[in-house]
Write a protein that binds this ligand. Structure first.
Ligand SMILES: [Fe+2]
Ligand SMILES: [Fe+2]
Length: 192
């Protein structure tokens, strides 16, 4: 445990550490509502999710290559997304937390994924709605996420898409894929 806290402090600035704590707490409460048996796991994944966020791009790339991770051309255009898989491997191999659910949740926390689990969605959403975040849609996203994780994901991804389009930034093809997946998932719920 001491080593774990030390590694968190070594890798995260004070601001990022406070964000991580916010994510951990928010993930805990989201899990209390949606996945009560895994609240502690959600807290742990939340506190560690950004462990590689402040690494330089070269470090993330070298580290992931060493793990045999397939870095795509899109990753190279926007290397910041690599902090998610880099963090997942770091937690597994350096913090020695051998937990596939935590690995996946951390790995998927920036781009999301088709078929995300409840824990994956909890970390993804907690990252956006933790108390330190400040954007117009935060309150609404928080309310929707506590009601329904998939609807929260849909809203979050739609916000992201709108933001990126407004800023004339390229949208990662994976984001579009995941957005379509959640559109279908929510449509299925609505048709019941
Ligand atoms: Fe992150
Ligand atoms: Fe984060």
């Amino acid at each position: 445990m001491k080593r774990f806290l030390q590694l968190l402090q070594e890798n995260l600035s004070e601001d990022r550490l406070s964000h991580s704590l916010g994510v951990a707490r928010t993930a805990f409460y989201l899990a209390k509502k949606h996945l009560p048996a895994k609240k502690e796991k959600a807290f742990l994944a939340g506190i560690a999710h950004d462990i590689a966020r402040e690494w330089p791009a070269e470090r993330m790339i070298a580290f992931l290559k060493d793990k045999g991770y397939d870095i795509t051309p899109e990753d190279k255009l926007n290397t910041v997304v690599l902090h998610a898989p880099a963090g997942a491997y770091f937690i597994r191999d350096m913090l020695r937390i051998y937990d596939e659910e935590i690995f996946n949740a951390v790995s998927r926390h920036t781009l999301g994924a088709v078929g995300m689990t409840d824990l994956d969605m909890i970390i993804f959403l907690a990252d956006l709605i933790e108390p330190g975040r400040n954007f117009a849609q935060r309150q609404n996203l928080l309310i929707v996420s506590f009601q329904d994780l998939k609807r929260g994901m849909l809203l979050a991804l739609e916000n992201t898409l709108e933001y990126l389009t407004k800023k004339n930034k390229t949208v990662d093809s994976r984001t579009t894929l995941v957005l379509n997946y959640f559109r279908e998932e929510v449509a299925k719920k609505d048709s019941i």
